[in-house]
Design a protein. Sequence first.
Length: 95
Amino acid sequence: MQTAGLLGLYIVTLNIWGLPRIGHITPAPLREERVQSICTTLKANATTGWDVVLLQEVWVAKDRKTLKECGYAFSLDLEDPRRQLDSGLLLLSRF
């Protein structure tokens, strides 16, 4: 995006509320539907909208995989395969 001859870096951050069912913990309702909706929005903004997307509470590996395939060229996944729940952080970038 360009505004009045100035270049900017457009960043968005979102807590996706992606808590899964683990033991006695109540999961976030409609998590899978929300991830799909977020992916649709990301795809619509991947080429001309946000340059960097910072996502929080992306706890489930399937959700991380889905969100990585939403139109952004690069991703940084702070996944720790040794843990049932990792950091939940996912960064997507056009650059």
